[in-house]
Design a protein around this ligand. Structure first.
Ligand SMILES: O=C(CO)[C@@H](O)[C@H](O)COP(=O)(O)O
Length: 235
């Protein structure tokens, strides 16, 4: 069984979302980041759980083959993710993140993802209560808090989801857990510091990175502002 790559807490981590990269020039877009991304975020959409359709395990395999050292953070926006996790694990995913509402057997599914050698993650939509994670939070390596409704890039950040991050930080401290907290949707230099200050470890950014004239400069700009959140006294 392949060992998955992992991310370490301690500084803001950036995961550019490939959804915003030109699909005809995916590798060129990634190469423009100069290896400075902490992870590559891969949004898998099935046209059922969300209204959009994107990629499958084939893209994950191609990324793994070309970027052996990259952490592949695969976000499954699919119904019944238990039907696809083996293919994504075999393709080389590191983190496999599923939505609470997409499966009937979340506890079993998270265990299965770990058995496959991947790092299990669970995702909260803006309308999903954080309390739904309480019974399984000890099973995950990552909690992805969506700051837009999933399905499309380029939406406006919803600041009300930040309260979930505060709750997750409390649970992490009380239970002595070390899962990563990731935020995704509408992130960029204007809100990166606030998101990190609230307690997020990983920022997923699509449009603000790949939509920029120079994605590497945009990534560095986001890193600089995100680090500002740390220096202002994050707990
Ligand atoms: O999962 C999703 C959308 O469903 C996100 O990863 C978006 O792709 C982020 O894009 P921006 O809001 O940064 O453009």
């Amino acid at each position: 069984m392949a060992r998955s790559l992992s991310l370490e807490r301690g500084r803001p981590l950036l995961a550019p979302s490939l959804l915003a990269a030109d699909p005809l020039c995916m590798a060129a877009s990634i190469d423009r980041l100069g290896g400075e991304a902490d992870a590559l975020h891969v949004d898998v959409m099935d046209g059922r759980y969300v209204p959009n359709i994107s990629y499958g395990p084939g893209l994950v395999r191609a990324l793994r083959d070309r970027y052996a050292e990259a952490v592949l953070d695969v976000h499954l926006m699919v119904d019944e993710p238990e039907r696809g996790i083996e293919a994504f694990a075999a393709a080389g995913a590191d983190y496999l993140t599923v939505h609470v509402e997409a499966t009937r057997h979340l506890h079993r599914l998270l265990g299965h993802i770990r058995e496959l050698g991947c790092r299990p993650g669970v995702t909260l939509n803006p309308g999903t209560p954080v309390e739904w994670l309480r019974p399984v939070v000890h099973l995950v390596d990552l909690v992805l808090v969506m700051s837009v409704n999933p399905g499309f890039g380029g939406q406006t950040f919803l600041p009300e989801v930040l309260s979930k991050v505060r709750t997750l930080c409390q649970w992490r401290a009380v239970d002595g857990l070390s899962f990563l907290i990731e935020m995704d949707g509408g992130l960029g230099p204007a809100n990166g510091a606030d998101v990190v200050r609230t307690g997020c470890d990983i920022l997923v950014a699509g449009s603000s990175v790949f939509g920029a004239a120079d994605p590497l400069l945009a990534l560095r700009d986001l890193r600089r502002t995100a680090q500002g959140g740390i220096s202002h006294g994050r707990s």
